[in-house]
Design a protein around this ligand. Structure first.
Ligand code: SD4
Length: 336
């Protein structure tokens, strides 16, 4: 549990403080700008996004540069050091969407460090929305991205070697066992290690954008793509309403067009948290027994700068930043 002493220590680190959603609720009505992102890694990503937002930069730039931090982190499972597919190859998926409804996506991209930036190029430099596999890689190289070597992080290498012993096809999605007070060094050690980051932001001009980037399920079938690069599933933005992003078992999110649903629920007047809760319930309702072993989490912001999140299992945190010294980790409420 977070006690006062721990809280003060964390605050003095200037890094991130852990808050319960109810405690935080009092401070809900925030003026813009604001950025939120999934999992504890979101704290670092938010810091980068915040640099752009506080100098009146665009939400689109903030959500790209923010998640680039996570993509670069060798100890985080999002980028080239992440858990590979069952053939040992790391394949990355990402998408980005701006306030005009423009969007770009890539999937099954190999050896490119920043898939979200390639997704932005797809959005800005092609008449298309989605490029996959070899074609996406060729496009990235043509746009000046370098082909890097895939170097698995020590933990991904170990996990893959373990997995190979049985080679049982049970693709893995992290279900966080719970959080606690932590220091930056624990993050760097990979203590909180997720294969996805989704980020949505509202900038000083009142525009909303979002991004989502992932290595997908660990030890997945070659060619498997989840929700993260799919507009309306892993990410959706509507500048009249707000934006949402998702994490967890992608197949479940795709089946309900999860983030599109969250945004439409906000359009009907639901708060971000209520919209995320209703989307989670939609997943659980399909098969409650199955849902006991699944994790899916949604986070959302609306045009007033309110934010919220909801998940199936306890233990999903999201990071909220609306000032230099206000980068909080929020414990989302859960169905179970
Ligand atoms: C996927 N949604 O590929 C991603 C994985 C994820 O935390 O979010 N993991 O299905």
């Amino acid at each position: 549990m977070l006690n006062r002493r721990n809280f003060l220590q964390l605050s003095s680190l200037g890094f991130g403080s852990l808050f319960n959603q109810d405690v935080f609720a009092k401070n809900r009505n925030r003026s813009r700008p604001i950025v939120i992102s999934t999992w504890p890694e979101g704290l670092k990503a938010n810091e980068e996004a915040w640099k752009i937002l506080k100098s009146n930069g665009k939400a689109l730039d903030a959500v790209e540069k923010g998640v680039n931090v996570t993509e670069s982190s060798i100890n985080c499972c999002v980028g080239l050091g992440a858990n590979p597919d069952r053939d040992g190859i790391v394949t990355l998926d990402a998408c980005i969407m701006d306030e005009m409804g423009n969007c770009g996506a890539v999937a099954a991209l190999e050896r490119i460090k920043h898939p979200v930036s390639v997704a932005r190029m797809v959005m800005e430099k092609t008449p298309h929305v989605f490029l996959v596999g070899e074609g996406a890689q060729q496009f990235a190289v043509k746009e000046g991205f370098t082909l890097d070597e895939q170097v698995l992080s020590p933990s991904a290498k170990k996990e893959y070697e373990n997995w190979l012993k049985k080679s049982e096809y049970k693709p893995i999605i992290n279900i966080e066992k719970g959080h606690g007070p932590f220091a930056p060094s624990q993050l760097e050690d990979g203590a909180y290690n997720h294969d996805t980051i989704g980020m949505v932001a509202l900038d000083a001009s009142g525009n909303v954008s979002g991004s989502c980037t992932t290595s997908g399920m660990g030890f997945k079938m070659r060619g498997r793509v989840g929700d993260s690069p799919i507009i309306g599933a892993g990410l959706f933005v509507d500048n009249e309403v707000g934006a949402a992003t998702a994490t967890g078992v992608g197949e479940e999110v795709i089946r309900i067009c999860g983030t599109h649903l969250v945004v439409e629920l906000m359009r009907q007047g639901n708060s971000p948290e209520e919209a995320c809760r209703k989307a989670v319930h939609r997943i659980v309702k399909r098969d409650k027994a199955k849902a006991k072993d699944l994790q899916v989490g949604f986070i959302a912001i609306n045009k007033n700068g309110e934010h919220g999140g909801f998940c199936i299992q306890k233990g999903f945190d999201y990071a909220v930043c609306y000032a230099d010294d206000k980068n909080y980790l929020i414990q989302a409420k859960s169905y179970f």
